[in-house]
Ligand binder design. Structure first.
Ligand SMILES: [Zn+2]
Ligand SMILES: [Zn+2]
Length: 274
């Protein structure tokens, strides 16, 4: 009997951009900041460690990897609360590119050390290894049987775009990404024919005119990029901190009515399988 290959499972743990929100108006899309779990067999690959990572319950036998797009605090603030760090005999591999002159190890130490936090990452029971990724060109490395590819996006202090390929399935995570002629062209080439494109849809078109240069994009540009790269589905992420459930619902309904149900907005706790 041949063993069936595990599929890619995506679990949304945190969708919010910039800062967490709380209360009934944020209940369905969630108030926690960026964190997504990609599960493939025993591999648990966490994309960013925003406040949403505090809800993660890693399996006992999981191989844990954290991929940081960048070190902005909404992507890092949950790390001190990551349950796996408190577990003895746990090994955690962390990857990220240098940002504003700091390696990921230095960036993490800056957040996780007094007076900002009482314990350094090395003080936690788990064994962690922090790997530095390049910011130039395209780079590829394996995590188990998953092929990870990365390029640099467009964002203040930089942000990595990751592509995860496993078997014949692929997912691209392009958060904290601002479109321009050059960055959009790079992303379109990088994300060719992916099954799922996760794209920064923080601003409406109207808001974007005020926030140009802040490092985020819009659903309409996401749709245009997704069509050009042939993505099978588009998941809009990094919701503006002020955007309520009701507003997000109305954005999603309008987009689906116009373009179809291959487009959706990330909701806390949702799972999808590729
Ligand atoms: Zn962010
Ligand atoms: Zn950012």
């Amino acid at each position: 009997m041949t063993e069936s290959k595990p599929e890619i499972e995506l679990k949304v743990l945190g969708t919010r951009g910039s800062m967490p929100g709380e209360g009934g108006i944020f209940s369905r899309y969630g108030g926690s900041t960026s964190c997504y779990l990609v599960k493939i067999g025993k591999e648990e690959i966490y994309l960013d460690a925003g406040s949403g990572i505090a809800d993660a319950k890693p399996a006992n036998d999981a191989n844990i990897t954290l991929l940081f797009t960048h070190m902005h605090i909404d992507h890092l603030v949950g790390l001190p609360f990551f349950r796996a760090l408190t577990e003895k005999n746990r090994r955690i591999n962390i990857y990220g590119a240098p940002r504003a002159g700091l390696t990921p190890a230095e960036g993490i130490e800056k957040l996780m050390s007094p007076p900002f936090w009482p314990a350094k990452i090395g003080d936690y029971p788990a064994q962690t290894e922090i790997h530095t990724l390049p910011t130039e060109g395209e780079f590829t490395f394996p995590i188990g049987k998953v092929n990870i590819r990365m390029i640099e996006g467009q964002h203040p202090n930089g942000s990595t775009i990751f592509r995860l390929d496993y078997s014949d399935k692929s997912l691209v995570y392009a958060t904290d990404f601002e479109h321009n002629d050059e960055s959009s062209e790079k992303l379109i080439a990088f994300a060719q024919n992916c099954d799922l494109l996760m794209y920064d849809g923080q601003y409406t078109d109207e808001e974007y005119t005020k926030y140009k240069g802040y490092g985020h994009s819009t659903p309409s540009v996401g749709i245009s990029i997704a069509k050009k790269c042939g993505a099978k589905s588009l998941l809009l992420v990094h919701h503006a901190p002020w955007r309520t459930d009701k507003e997000l619902d109305s954005i999603e309904t309008d987009l689906q009515a116009e373009y179809g149900e291959w487009i959706s907005l990330a909701k806390i706790g949702e799972r999808r399988f590729l």
